[in-house]
Design a protein around this ligand. Structure first.
Ligand SMILES: Cc1cc2nc3c(=O)[nH]c(=O)nc-3n(C[C@H](O)[C@H](O)[C@H](O)COP(=O)(O)OP(=O)(O)OC[C@H]3O[C@@H](n4cnc5c(N)ncnc54)[C@H](O)[C@@H]3O)c2cc1C
Length: 481
């Protein structure tokens, strides 16, 4: 069977399915395919158990500057606007109280200052003193002796906003809605893993080992595997992927909503927080930890060879890792996160951290969440010798885009997809229904644009290789499939 598409998307997580929906609903691209290696959408990082389910709005994430926070807020609104238009919205998006907790003089001062700057942009945001915290989250305000906590404690938060999303359910909703669009042909190919991509005269050939797919344009949203496929095409060769796994612990329900803590600026990853699990009532989930693991999918050790291919270890990668390790806070944090995985030891260590949020928790309350948690595919830029945070995309400029989406990639899925939709529509010469797009997804944020992207668009670097290499790849494309 001949599979030919105008647009082919690789990866059926929240990123790939968001693009599928946007392209099917708002463009006149006629023939779209999606290839997913598992039997259903969102089985990897977008699965509800594998992430923290937070709709990041930027107000309580103290590692975000105001500028970054406002961009994330716009992205979050797009996703909320989508969810709230769906008939099954109660299964997609959820309201819980949320707060970021400051403990001690320095953190409390920082939150009070942050409130002054952020409050004008976040009308729901409140400065919460101890008694307010006690009203919303009694377990947070209560010490181990059962009395109100002593010492300085303040929080920033809100009580009546949408704060949680089941990204897996949203991915399934995107697929259903894309398939329901009357004027677009949408094919979903499950149980197909793309092994190789080649450039041919009129686009790309994707090979799964069983089947060849041809496409005029291509967007790869396959987590860490995106970089592997980009390398396969000769793009982004100066990037390496550092997979950072996150684990969680369950406790009985001690929180009513989401409680974050103030970020240590020296650390590249968000501090642990406590959240309700939208699919596990009666429990609170604490985490995620941050552990560097040599695999691209959590609990899937068959992805070790894939990791070795994208890690591309050399002197420059070693330098980035060494520079991180040299910082005392990061070194301690890395070691602590390794110990968080050691049975017997891990609960006692985790308890110490989690008591910053709920002082009254006991060892027996903690239960390691087996099989829960995902991997954040962080990129290392070898040329600049630094670790990149947030989402990253490589746009080759010839109709192929590769997305690597660590946190907050669930929240920013539609915004990220919008950028790809615009680039691909321009490449194919297709039109976009701007009016419908703005009315349905942007709401008040009419001035939204690609410049608001929360992540980074990376210079391809390789330039797709020399003319000779391009020609050789085309030749290979002609020979196979
Ligand atoms: C511990 C943790 C906590 C997080 N918490 C949050 C949060 O609270 N809020 C938030 O906004 N974000 C959060 N994130 C980030 C968010 O989960 C991810 O950014 C998002 O799920 C990424 O979606 P994706 O579709 O890009 O990747 P994935 O969900 O990983 O999907 C990639 C898809 O590609 C498929 N695939 C891979 N290789 C191939 C191939 N060769 N051929 C075909 N298919 C392939 C996979 O099977 C998979 O379905 C968190 C991430 C982690 C790890």
């Amino acid at each position: 069977m001949d599979h030919r598409y105008d647009l082919l998307i690789v990866g059926g997580g929240i990123s790939g399915t968001a693009l599928l929906y946007l392209a099917a609903r708002y463009t006149d691209i006629g023939n779209i395919g999606l290839i997913e290696k598992y039997a259903a959408p969102a089985r990897v990082n977008s699965l509800s158990s594998n992430n923290s389910q937070t709709l990041h709005c930027g107000d309580i994430e103290t590692n975000y500057t105001l500028d970054k926070a406002l961009k994330v807020q716009r992205a979050a609104r797009m996703l909320a606007n989508y969810c709230l238009r769906q008939p099954d919205r109660d299964h997609l998006i959820f309201r819980y109280p949320k707060m970021v907790l400051g403990v001690g003089e320095r953190e409390c001062r920082l939150l009070r200052e942050r409130f002054e700057v952020f409050a004008p942009h976040y009308p729901e945001l409140r400065l919460l003193e101890l008694k307010d915290i006690a009203r919303i989250e009694p377990a947070v305000a209560t010490g181990r002796d059962g009395r109100l906590r002593r010492g300085q404690l303040v929080a920033l938060g809100s009580t009546d906003e949408y704060t949680a999303v089941d990204f897996g359910a949203v991915a399934r909703s995107f697929v259903r809605q894309a398939q329901a669009q009357p004027d677009t042909h949408v094919d979903i190919h499950y149980n197909q893993a793309v092994r190789h991509i080649r450039v041919v005269d009129d686009g790309f050939v994707l090979d799964t080992g069983h089947t060849c797919y041809r496409a005029r344009s291509l967007v790869v949203c396959a987590g860490g595997h995106s970089l592997k496929l980009a390398h396969d095409l000769g793009h982004g060769l100066h990037y390496s992927c550092l997979p950072v796994a996150g684990s969680y612990y369950f406790t009985p329900q001690v929180l009513n909503g989401k409680v974050y803590t103030v970020q240590n600026d020296a650390l590249p990853f968000a501090a642990i927080h406590g959240d309700p699990d939208v699919l596990v009532p009666g429990k609170t989930r604490f985490g995620p930890t941050a552990l560097i693991l040599p695999i691209l999918e959590r609990y899937n050790y068959r992805t070790l060879p894939d990791f070795l291919q994208v890690f591309r270890f050399d002197r420059r990668v070693a330098k980035v890792l060494w520079d991180l390790f040299r910082v005392r806070d990061i070194r301690h944090y890395m070691l602590k996160n390794m110990l968080f995985e050691v049975p017997l030891l891990r609960k006692a260590l985790f308890l110490r951290d989690v008591r910053k949020i709920v002082p009254g928790l006991r060892l027996r309350d903690l239960e390691f969440a087996r099989g829960v948690g995902g991997i954040r595919p962080q990129l290392i830029d070898k040329t600049q010798q630094r670790l990149l945070m947030g989402e990253a995309k490589i746009d080759t400029g010839d109709g192929a885009i590769f997305n690597m989406t660590p946190s907050p990639g669930g929240t920013s899925c539609l915004e990220n997809a919008e950028i790809d939709m615009r680039a691909i529509a321009a490449h194919l010469g297709s039109g976009i229904d701007e009016q419908a797009f703005a009315a349905e997804l942007l709401g008040e944020d009419r001035a939204h644009g690609p410049e608001d992207f929360t992540g980074v668009v990376l210079p391809d670097g390789s330039g797709g290789g020399s003319r000779l290499r391009r020609w050789l790849r085309r030749l290979a494309g002609r020979r196979d499939c």
